[in-house]
Design a protein around this ligand. Structure first.
Ligand SMILES: [Zn+2]
Length: 429
């Protein structure tokens, strides 16, 4: 078979380092089986009650491309065949899904996993009535700078394993808790050992040392720090917000990153209205993330662009903030992704199923839309077509639920329904 080619990036070769890291993560976890060895043998997964393909031309013609009584064939690290189980081709191996649901592995397109320390006290205080401000990031910056490389590595490994057990097969992660040239490039090197989707976020907040001279910090982020970080990242991000970086600073930072071959994504319109979303569209950012406070102009801009609106309900949950209005974005025609924003300050969850449940309960999404946004939507936010779908040529990244339908992800919130995960064709959970 011919592997599918993503539209915006060449299909990555299997990364032995990343796979080894995943195996290490899995072997460190006590509740899962060891990873199976790589194989080019074909495997049939059959007796799938409901299969989410995210290909409307398959199954019921809905955006989810649902197929009842379905089967999937994995060959090497790719999907080789998808369809009605009665028409499945012969294979070397066979797995009985037991009348359960299968969907693409979750694509968590926004996380901050390279950090040290803990902000339990801040969360506890905030739940007692103190509002969240961007300044809490400084606590994690101090802890991260003080951590050894091994401590940062161990943290990423731990949260990656946690996410994998909950069905996440692709994740993006960022720097942003170093804020020095040394610490930002160190964070990116750690992240790059685990994922291809690495984002340089030197512009998370103005580093404490530059509090009196933000312009000098912007010069550092777009100069020496960018030089050190660009080789280790695919993306550049900025927190465009009062108390972080204004629109002009954000434009300068993202434009400098683009000139070095990094592609932009933006923390936009989280805590207040502002220029972030329109800047994201202007610069053809892959994603504008948060999108909690949007004007009509912002919604129109997103709907008429290919910039994805990535919603992060874990942040609103954990800061007891106003929910983003997913319904309004969807009705306008914008592409919506759902992601965890996993970070120790404002959203310390690695659970995409939890975010799906919140999006359905509180953001106006249907269960189908939320599942699409956490799989195909996340892939769109990373400009990938080789993940987030169960179609021939895509990576064989699959999640098996202990439930007959994907709807149970929202219907049974907080229940650990993920009972099997294949990543790049290997069963890892
Ligand atoms: Zn974030």
């Amino acid at each position: 078979m011919t592997p599918g080619r993503p539209s915006e990036r060449s299909a990555p070769e299997p990364d032995p380092t990343a796979d080894q890291a995943t195996k290490d993560a899995m072997s460190n976890a006590t509740t899962v089986s060891p990873a199976h060895s790589a194989s080019t043998a074909s495997t049939l997964i059959t007796n799938i009650a409901a299969l989410v393909t995210n290909d409307p031309s398959l199954g019921d013609n809905s955006p989810l491309g649902l197929i009842q009584d379905a089967a999937v064939v994995i060959e090497g690290d790719r999907i080789a065949w998808t369809g009605d189980q009665s028409k499945a081709p012969a294979t070397d191996n066979r797995v009985d899904a037991g009348g359960r649901a299968v969907l693409p592995g979750f694509v968590d397109s926004h996380s901050h996993l390279v950090f040290a320390g803990d902000r339990t006290q801040e969360f506890n205080a905030r739940m007692s009535g103190r509002p969240y401000s961007a300044g809490g990031i400084r606590t994690t910056v101090a802890a991260t700078r003080a951590a050894t490389d091994e401590e940062l590595e161990a943290n990423v490994t731990r949260y990656l394993a946690e996410a994998l057990r909950q069905g996440t097969t692709t994740f993006e992660t960022k720097s942003g808790y170093g804020l020095t040239t040394h610490d930002e490039s160190r964070a990116l090197r750690v992240a790059a050992r685990h994922t291809d989707e690495v984002t340089y976020l030197g512009a998370h907040i103005v580093a404490p040392e530059f509090a009196e001279d933000p312009a000098a910090y912007v010069a550092l982020v777009t100069g020496e720090m960018l030089d050190a970080c660009a080789p280790h990242a695919r993306w550049i991000d900025v927190f465009c917000e009062k108390g972080a970086f204004d629109g002009d600073q954000a434009r300068a930072i993202l434009t400098a990153g683009k000139a070095r071959g990094l592609h932009p994504r933006i923390h936009a319109n989280q805590l207040s209205y502002g220029p972030g979303v329109r800047l994201a569209v202007e610069l053809d950012a892959a994603s504008a993330d948060h999108c909690t406070h949007l004007t009509e102009e912002d919604v129109d801009a997103l709907a008429n662009s290919r910039t994805v609106a990535t919603l992060l309900p874990g942040a609103e949950f954990s800061t007891r903030a106003e929910w983003p209005d997913a319904r309004r974005l969807l009705d306008a025609g914008a592409t919506v992704a759902l992601s965890t924003d996993c970070n120790p300050g404002s959203s310390f969850t690695s659970s995409v199923p939890f975010c799906i449940a919140l999006a359905v309960r509180d953001m106006g999404m249907t269960p189908d839309e939320a599942v699409w946004s956490a799989t195909a939507g996340g892939a769109a936010a990373l400009r990938r077509t080789d993940i987030g779908r169960v179609t021939p040529g895509a990576y064989a990244d699959l999640t098996l639920l202990d439930a007959p339908s994907h709807v149970h992800l929202a219907y049974r919130p907080g229940v650990p329904l993920v009972t099997g995960v294949w990543r790049r064709g290997q069963r890892v959970v």
